[in-house]
Design a protein around this ligand. Structure first.
Ligand code: KIV
Ligand code: ZN
Length: 507
């Protein structure tokens, strides 16, 4: 019989806690809504004890998401569990995720606890969490370096105390597919009660085997996989959701299993995450890389033209890569635009819709054909926009290969417009210098990239600017058919985000 594998997405917890991936509240909600649209089973929304800001963002995600279970992580102590429970008070389907390390090295050096104390703590804390919440996940941190008989005892104890999911994580990305598969098999033999609850796996990618290990575990009986979009996460990352889901789907014959994920939402989820974090996926990345479905060599192209299946094991459409799907144009009205948004799964307020429609009209004036991807980029950017402390008013660029590029930029703040002129090595650099003169502060540019949203000569330029402020990163995006305008907007947006997040820090 075909098994259903639950997808537990931890992009907003294990993913978000990795360097350069932190997100503000609006971004987390937007990402959570996209994960819901993609139909993951569980969203791990954060680690409530990490800070009041984290706790509050789990609460907000819980208010906004009704079709997925929301999990909140807690160490094995009452304070963490209380905070996790508090963070879940608005969730339709709450889950407390309690963990404790079970490997000798973690127990001795990190927890400073004897093995018997670890068993007792696991028992008491799972029972404590269970007194609050029906759905309890328990994780043996560093499971793959733990003594198997000891871990089986801990797991048995946790199940008796009320755990409904047992997670066996490869915390340090140490295991191999065969070894992990035997670990799951042995645990099932040593602790038969585990077959009455969900068996979860959670793999890190330090040796590049996170996805292979997770898939081997599915074969060995795991019923839940923990993963992140684009494989973001601590160090080398977590197992990539898109790879696991597409492997299970494409090799249904082998796994005899399925997930509930709507795979046509994969590209959109991947792009949204990149839009938020500014962290791009490598072009040859499986499933979501720019080259994942392109056939360059003549032999391959020839084969694909004759029969797609010669070199294509899954279709681009199955992951939502419909290329340039034409949707709307200059003459499309508000009604058609609204219908499109509903079809794309957006539910905008009247004010949001007014603004999106105005932006769409501006775009349709400059660009002949407006595609789904343009609309997604436009609406998702608008939804994660922060208040505009500074706003571009106008700019003039004077450049060429025989003159020093000069930028004149005017910026509005509180209805007052300030203008400055600056020169630089190129027109974009000159514009950034002019902005810094207006604001009276130099910013450290950490990263800058220009991409196009769709193909074609009139494609929207999508600029990402990342600023570094004492180790904290602020990503700004700008979109325009003019890449200088997109760059200026992205720079100003990154500054606005820095101001917004600094004002909204909840320690
Ligand atoms: O990697 C890990 O072990 C974790 C646990 C908290 C599940 O992230
Ligand atoms: Zn982890």
């Amino acid at each position: 019989m075909e098994r259903t594998i639950k997808i537990f997405d931890t992009t907003l917890r294990d993913g978000e806690q990795s360097p350069g991936c932190s997100m503000n509240l609006k971004e987390k909600i937007e990402m959570a809504q996209q994960l819901e649209r993609m139909n993951v089973d569980i969203i791990e929304a954060g680690f409530a004890a990490a800070s009041p800001g984290d706790l509050m963002s789990i609460q907000e995600i819980s208010k906004n998401i009704k079709n997925c279970t929301i999990a909140s992580l807690a160490r094995s102590n009452k304070d963490d569990i209380d905070k996790a429970w508090q963070s879940l008070k608005y969730a339709a389907r709450p889950r407390i995720h309690v963990f404790i390390a079970t490997s000798p090295i973690h127990m001795q050096y990190k927890l400073n606890m004897a093995p018997e104390q670890v068993i007792k703590t696991a028992e008491e804390m799972v029972a404590y969490a269970k007194s609050k919440c029906e759905d309890i996940e328990f994780s043996c941190e560093d499971a793959t370096r733990s003594d198997i008989d000891f871990m089986a005892k801990v797991i048995d104890t946790a199940i008796k105390a009320g755990a409904t999911t047992i997670n066996i994580p490869d915390t340090v990305g140490y295991t191999t597919p065969e070894e992990y598969s035997s670990l799951i098999t042995s645990i099932r033999e040593k602790c038969p009660a585990i077959d009455n609850v969900d068996i979860s796996v959670h793999c890190h990618n330090d040796l590049g085997m996170a996805v292979a290990n997770s898939l081997a575990a599915i074969k060995a009986g795991a019923t839940q996989v923990e993963c992140t979009m684009n494989g973001i996460g601590e160090r080398a990352g977590n197992a990539a959701l898109e790879e696991i889901v597409m492997a299970v789907k494409t090799r249904k014959d082998y796994f005899n299993a399925a997930t509930r994920v709507d795979t046509t939402q994969i590209m959109r989820s991947s792009s949204l995450l990149t839009r938020i974090t500014g962290i791009k996926v490598q072009p040859n990345k499986a499933i979501v890389g720019a080259n994942a479905f392109s056939h360059e060599s003549g032999i391959h192209q020839h084969g694909v033209l004759k029969n797609k299946e010669t070199y294509e094991i899954m279709t681009p459409e199955s992951v939502g890569l419909d290329k340039n799907k034409l949707v709307l144009g200059k003459h499309s009205g508000r009604h058609a635009f609204n219908d499109k948004l509903v079809q794309l799964g957006y539910n905008l307020s009247k004010e949001e819709l007014d603004e999106a429609f105005r932006k769409f009209k501006d775009l349709a004036d400059k660009k002949k054909d407006v595609y789904d991807k343009d609309i997604e980029a436009l609406v998702s950017s608008q939804r994660i926009d922060v208040p505009k402390t500074y706003e571009l008013s106008k700019y003039v660029i004077n450049t060429g290969n025989i003159i020093t590029p000069t930028a004149t930029v005017s910026i509005k703040k509180d209805n007052a417009v300030t203008e400055e002129v600056a020169t630089g090595d190129g027109p974009i650099y000159a514009s950034f210098k002019a902005i810094e003169k207006i604001i009276g502060k130099d910013f450290e540019l950490d990263d800058f990239s220009i991409n196009s949203i769709t193909e074609g000569e009139d494609a929207l330029g999508d600029v990402m600017v990342r600023l570094n402020d004492n180790g904290r990163k602020f990503v700004g995006r700008g979109m325009s058919t003019d890449i200088i305008e997109a760059s200026i907007t992205a720079y100003i947006n990154a500054i606005n985000k820095m101001i917004y997040e600094n004002q909204n820090i909840i320690q």
